[in-house]
Design a binder for this molecule. Structure first.
Ligand SMILES: Cc1cc2nc3c(=O)[nH]c(=O)nc-3n(C[C@@H](O)[C@@H](O)[C@H](O)COP(=O)(O)OP(=O)(O)OC[C@H]3O[C@@H](n4cnc5c(N)ncnc54)[C@H](O)[C@@H]3O)c2cc1C
Ligand code: FES
Ligand code: FES
Length: 493
């Protein structure tokens, strides 16, 4: 077995900051935001909520990605720096608001904000600018929808969104009409940094210790297996749950093992019969890659969190976190997802329907990890996902639900119905699913399935909604599934 030779590890992270190389030691559990506003003394990036909810801390991360065996590409993404841990900057390019203007000459995005009067107190403005920068660096042809998605995670308490959207729209049209050129939008130092990072050879494994805390970033499954065998560690992916748990709720986590540097684990492969999603693939990556074959999953992911949280958070993390109101879990239950787990004794497969054991309890050993999520593909099926929340973005569901049906005209040959927010775990409603079999898919059947569903699920009330409201939502979601099917198939009701 390949073991991690501690001689071959390093403590200091190496990254680029606004075009300049940096090598420094960071605290293993510090966030990028803490690093910026503390040791790096760059206070332009603001701290609002410190839990991913406001976007004031948005920065841009540039990194090398493998395009194919011989070629690399550079990708840029907006992330909430309060959720990303500083050690995860290793090997990346961090862009902040301080890296945009050249002397007195404002960057075109800053100028557009000024021209459209899109700033008042200015607290949200650096985050807005960085979200827009990531949009244009990442997407050569952004649509209006892309623009709104890019800004959905930036809250502004005083200017109002009309002026901010208008600044974004002016930039977008000027960009598409080539009134703004790439050389104006791309900071001048990007090319040089891309060249240097592109040519960089693999470095020693990053392994940081400070008192009782540590952070390790293995590169291979064998190194990961070894690290898990010698320490009581928590797996870290995007950190959108863990960082909040550590920073806001004081979770007693000491050792973190980062999965995001493991070769091949962030990939998504589309086959003829299934989609294979790596255990470190971000929500953004999954949504993009599956759009052509499983649009329902892309749409569901689009309803989660915000753009700059989805660029960090992973699908595997969302499932392993085992929140009863996870947005992806009900859909993946309905789609028949199977998890591939790796561990000390090799690998095993667990259907997602058997993964949840109780509130926040999952079928995953201490030394195991989710290496892949496999989703069967079938063009024949009807799938739909519905989420009920108070806001469209940055809000978790009161109740959500998904359905997968195999239909012969209107007759239901196979059915899987799942809900979130109705039980202690994401819930595959087996009795409700069975009640649909052999029936015509019409409003009468929906009504019948609703009575079975309300027998099968007894949601409790909490701050997000009473038990009665949740029961109403179960019925409402079943009706929505039906109406979506009518629309998709072009049926007369
Ligand atoms: C502001 C905000 C809004 C949000 N909104 C939504 C929302 O609308 N809907 C929703 O469903 N979620 C929402 N979330 C939560 C969502 O971002 C996370 O659940 C995310 O998907 C977790 O992925 P991660 O990579 O960040 O996991 P991490 O935080 O890194 O890890 C989460 C858990 O999963 C474990 N884990 C991670 N990867 C693996 C693996 N490969 N194998 C085994 N265990 C693993 C970790 O050990 C940890 O226990 C929100 C979060 C924030 C901060
Ligand atoms: S400070 Fe609010 S999202 Fe980071
Ligand atoms: S300008 Fe004040 S919060 Fe947006």
């Amino acid at each position: 077995m390949e073991v991690l030779d501690m001689e071959a590890t390093r403590q200091a992270i190496e990254f680029f900051l606004n075009g300049k190389p940096r090598q420094m030691e960071v605290s293993p559990h510090s966030t990028v935001l803490e690093l910026l506003r503390g040791p790096l003394a760059l206070p332009g990036t603001k701290e609002g909520c410190a839990e991913g909810d406001c976007g004031a801390c948005t920065v841009v991360i540039g990194e090398k990605k493998k395009k194919n065996e011989s070629e690399n590409i550079f990708s840029y993404r907006a992330v909430t720096s309060c959720l990303m841990l500083a050690p995860q900057l290793d090997g990346k390019h961090l862009l902040t608001i301080e890296g945009l203007a050249e002397g007195e000459h404002l960057h075109p995005i800053q100028q557009a904000i000024l021209d459209d009067h899109a700033t008042q107190c200015g607290f949200c403005t650096p985050g807005v600018v960085m979200s827009l920068l990531a949009l244009f660096l990442d997407n050569p042809q952004p649509s209006q929808e892309d623009l709104l998605a890019a800004l959905e995670g930036n809250l502004c308490r005083c200017t109002g969104y009309v002026a901010i959207k208008s600044a974004g729209e002016h930039l977008r049209t000027d960009w598409l009409l080539e009134k703004i050129k790439a050389k104006d939008l791309r900071p001048a130092y990007l090319e040089e940094v891309e060249k240097i990072l592109g040519a960089e050879k693999e470095k020693k494994v990053l392994s940081i210790r400070e008192g009782e805390k540590s952070f390790h970033a293995p590169r291979t499954a064998a190194q990961l297996r070894h690290l898990l065998s010698i320490s009581d560690s928590k797996l870290l992916n995007g950190g959108t749950d863990i960082t909040v748990a550590i920073k806001k709720h004081g979770a007693p986590i000491r050792n973190l093992i980062d999965l995001t540097s493991i070769e091949g684990m962030s990939e998504v492969r589309i086959g003829c019969e299934e989609v294979v999603i790596g255990g470190a693939a971000t929500l953004r990556k999954v949504a993009r890659e599956v759009e052509g074959v499983l649009p329902v999953l892309s749409e569901a992911i689009g309803k989660m969190a915000s753009h700059q949280v989805r660029t960090l958070g992973t699908l595997a993390g969302n499932l392993a976190n085992a929140s009863p109101i996870s947005d992806t879990a009900p859909l993946l239950l309905a789609l028949g997802a199977v998890l591939h787990l790796e561990g000390p004794d090799g690998s095993r497969k667990v259907p997602l329907s058997e993964f949840y054991r109780g509130y926040k309890q999952i079928d995953l050993g201490k030394e195991e990890w989710i290496s892949e999520i496999r989703l069967p593909l079938s063009g024949e099926k009807f799938h739909h996902f519905e989420k009920v929340s108070k806001r469209r973005a940055l809000d978790i569901a009161t109740v959500n639900g998904a359905i997968s049906l195999t239909l012969d005209d209107r007759r239901i040959l196979a059915a899987k119905v799942a809900f979130g927010g109705v039980a202690a775990v994401p819930f595959l409603a087996e009795k409700t699913s069975a009640s649909l079999l052999g029936r015509e898919w019409n409003l009468e059947t929906v009504e019948f399935a609703s009575t079975v569903a309300l027998e099968e699920m007894r949601p409790i009330g909490d701050v997000r909604g009473s038990s009665t409201y949740r029961k109403d939502l179960i019925e409402g979601i079943l009706i929505k599934h039906f109406l979506a099917c009518v629309e998709e198939k072009g049926w007369e009701q």
